[in-house]
Design a protein around this ligand. Structure first.
Ligand SMILES: N[C@@H](CCC(=O)N[C@@H](CS)C(=O)NCC(=O)O)C(=O)O
Length: 225
């Protein structure tokens, strides 16, 4: 495969997901990382818009093929190049992996949007924020029920997406205490943390915060569970 370029940022959950998928396939030596900062509060980067009209990362630029944007298109294209690594070959297991990927990415979407809404301070819409909280509180037990079925030693895209989602909880919702409420997820998160690919790509916590969101989000699982 020729040289690939990944438009990426180390704290983006979807960019981490794409990076881990590339690493799981052994493709990182062929990838140029192009640091690309994004935030909903900032105007979209023109260089990013030139590759992705939606102004989002990650984008994988493939020579001769053009930009692939959205982590799900990226992993789906990568899987077609090298089947059986990112997703199981068995059709039923493949579907379950995609279902987990979609759910974990979806909860991550809500975590990011909720934080943006909270950052509006007095102009926050409480109904919108409450809807986001309901979705997180509904999604987490579904993920908890899936956790015992996951084998951390057989890392796949569903598990990578789930890890990125839970890491986002740790990073931006640090007081929520999800491990106490969801012990199967906590056990899986700890076990999969030993995988080479997961251990290689933590969220860096020592970078300046360009994002003007809320430092610690007001979510607690211990108060209501
Ligand atoms: N569904 C997309 C979501 C990508 C996304 O929302 N990325 C965020 C960074 S974590 C972004 O670029 N936000 C900037 C924006 O929406 O303008 C994917 O899986 O790649």
């Amino acid at each position: 495969m020729s040289k690939l370029t990944l438009l990426w940022s180390p704290r983006s959950p979807y960019a981490r997901k794409a990076l881990m998928a590339l690493d799981l396939l052994g493709l990182l030596p062929q990838v140029d990382l192009r640091l690309t900062r994004v935030a909903l509060q900032m105007p979209p980067d023109p260089a990013l818009l030139a590759e992705n009209p939606l102004g989002k990362i990650p984008v994988l630029v493939v020579p001769g093929l053009g930009p692939l944007f959205d982590s799900r298109l990226i992993v789906s294209w990568l899987d077609r190049q090298t089947p059986g690594v990112l997703f199981p070959a068995d059709p039923a297991a493949h579907l379950e992996t995609e279902r987990l990927e979609t759910l974990a990415d979806g909860v991550t979407d809500v975590l990011l949007l909720w934080r943006t809404e909270e950052s509006r301070g007095d102009r926050k819409n409480p109904q919108i924020a409450a809807g986001f909280e309901t979705k997180v509180r509904t999604g987490m037990p579904v993920l908890e029920a899936i956790a015992p079925t996951l084998d951390p030693s057989s890392l796949n895209v569903g598990q990578i997406a789930l890890r990125c989602c839970l890491d986002q909880l740790d990073f931006r919702y640090a007081a929520c205490n999800w491990r106490a409420a969801f012990p199967a997820l906590a056990a899986w998160h700890a076990a999969v943390g030993a995988h080479r690919v997961i251990a290689a790509h933590p969220i860096p916590t020592d970078l300046p915060d360009h994002n003007t969101g809320v430092a610690v989000m007001p979510l607690s699982f211990t108060e209501t569970n």
